[in-house]
Design a protein around this ligand. Structure first.
Ligand SMILES: [Zn+2]
Length: 222
């Protein structure tokens, strides 16, 4: 039996460090009795490696940009390293979300798509591509995400159907209405995005209507 001299507790198995205070344990080791967390260790090593890589890229980028004054051809005044920093922070946030348990895949995908779209809009603004981004890229990406959410809703058996439906509907409906009122016109890509959103919402109600009704009852205790 191992023993922690500081916590004054006996600990079974062959642990080297006290699980309470992380001090070195005394006493002799027994047969191991806790499962080994190999997967977690590997994951945490991978996580630290990519974190180091991200910090290296960020530091090198800022130094080249601000100290060596290396600029992108055609954009002599653009501090590209700040855009790079924004993308790296977004990437880190995405990795953190992947490791966080308890969030469904629809939530992860939707959140990452929204963050990526926002970062792409900022980048496009500085490169003079904002118009084509808002008129074409954003609605196409949203329509693709809504379609992916629809497929997930059909195969998901865990009763998150309502979440898929509502995100699908709001990702198509709300931005296209905002776009329409902001610019008083509707590019064809936004019309398609709106149609995809409403058609797939109807499809979800037709295919999974009963599941949605059950979920409403469950969530609102009807
Ligand atoms: Zn201890």
């Amino acid at each position: 039996m191992r023993r922690c001299p500081y916590c004054k507790v006996n600990i079974a198995g062959d642990l080297g460090k006290c699980p309470l205070c992380q001090s070195k344990l005394g006493g002799s080791a027994e047969e191991p009795c806790y499962p080994k967390f190999e997967a977690q260790k590997k994951r945490s090593f991978f996580y630290k490696m990519q974190l180091l890589a991200v910090w290296s890229v960020l530091i090198i980028g800022v130094c080249l940009d601000f100290m060596v004054k290396i600029r992108l051809p055609g954009y002599p005044d653009l501090h590209w390293s700040l855009l790079l920093a924004m993308w790296l922070v977004g990437f880190e946030f995405g990795i953190m979300r992947q490791f966080k348990p308890g969030t469904g895949s629809a939530g992860k995908v939707t959140m990452m798509v929204i963050i990526t779209i926002a970062m792409w809009c900022v980048t496009a603004y500085f490169f003079g591509l904002l118009k084509i981004t808002l008129d074409l890229v954003v609605p196409v990406v949203l329509a693709a995400t809504i379609t992916a959410n629809f497929v997930l809703a059909l195969i998901d058996k865990n009763g998150n159907t309502m979440l898929y439906l509502l995100t699908g509907l709001f990702m198509g409906l709300v931005p296209s209405i905002i776009y329409f009122f902001a610019s008083a016109k509707m590019p064809i890509a936004w019309v398609i995005c709106l149609m995809v959103s409403v058609i797939l919402f109807a499809g979800s109600v037709i295919f999974r209507g009963r599941a949605v009704a059950a979920e409403f009852q469950r969530r609102f205790h009807l």
